[in-house]
Write a protein that binds this ligand. Structure first.
Ligand code: HEC
Length: 258
């Protein structure tokens, strides 16, 4: 029984080492340690950074089971240890030690008009092993889509990916984590999937995200349940949750369920 239950959970979609070749794009499936020098891999030098699930890296060269990887991204000037995938968005493909941060090649800073923050395009070269990569980004998203649907549709209708911005998905996933049995790597990969398909990064909507003005009166306050959650009442497994929501609504004086 238990064996079956464990087996029912698909393994993360990693490509076999034999499928990984030089000069190719290789999305990262699960957190991977990186070093500045090939000799650091498997040695006594602690890791000098981490690539995180969903990161897109290019393999510059393969030397046995060691890979030279190039990562491009954006950084905020005041946070040199964090790499973001896109300017102004909190999708994080890597975290860097001071040693790696010092080697990052920086381009010309650009200011985000809606926040005034300064962002710098960056590129870095790192070494890692052949594990935890996939040669096809779509395979990552197919796996994530399936896990998302299985883990997140049990209690309420599934949230549309484009309902939230990449930043909002961080908070939503954090608040729902307690309801899931995701490992850290699954959690991060599914978050990356949702962020890459979110309102501002994946929905085909370009340009800055429209910010809604804060509601000023109770009447203007939006109902706590977004429209896509209206299927809750027809889902019997969700009844206890709905009762909880109704209680929350009563105590918080929010609009009653329609
Ligand atoms: C065990 C039941 C359960 C599961 C599984 C579950 N949820 Fe929820 N969800 C709830 C409840 C209860 C609420 C009401 C608010 C709360 O308790 O935080 C909610 C509210 C939400 C909301 C609206 C509130 C907000 O934060 O904007 C979103 C979006 C959401 N869930 C997404 C998800 C996602 C994504 C997953 C999978 C990672 C998930 N849910 C899995 C029970 C569940």
């Amino acid at each position: 029984m238990l064996k079956n239950a464990v087996q029912a959970k698909p393994n993360l979609p990693t490509s076999p080492a034999s499928a990984i070749s030089g000069d190719a794009q290789a999305p990262v499936v699960a957190a991977k340690n990186v070093w500045l020098e090939a000799s650091g891999i498997g040695g006594s030098t602690p890791e000098q950074g981490k690539l995180l699930g969903g990161a897109q890296v290019r393999i510059a060269q393969r030397d046995g089971d060691k890979l030279q990887l190039v990562l491009k991204g954006w950084q905020m000037e005041e946070a040199p240890s964090i790499v973001c995938q896109a300017k102004g968005h909190q999708v994080m493909p890597a975290v860097l030690s001071d040693a790696v941060a010092a080697t990052v090649q920086r381009g010309t800073p650009e200011t985000e008009p809606d926040t005034g923050q300064s962002w710098v395009p960056v590129e870095m070269t790192l070494w890692s092993n052949v594990s935890d990569l996939n040669t096809n980004r779509q395979a990552l998203w197919d796996y994530s889509k399936d896990s998302y649907q299985k883990a997140c549709a049990g209690c309420h209708v599934l949230a549309q990916k484009t309902h939230f911005t990449a930043k909002q998905w961080i908070g939503t996933m954090k608040s729902m984590k307690r309801f899931t049995s995701f490992t850290d790597d699954e959690y991060r990969l599914i978050q990356a999937y949702l962020q890459n398909h979110s309102k501002d990064l994946g929905g085909g909507i370009k340009g800055p995200v429209q910010r809604l003005a804060a509601p000023t009166t109770a009447r203007q306050r939006p109902p706590i349940l977004p429209s896509w959650l209206s299927g809750w009442r027809s889902n019997s497994r969700a009844r206890p949750c709905v009762a909880r929501l109704q209680a929350m609504r009563t105590t918080q004086g929010l609009v009653a369920l329609q």
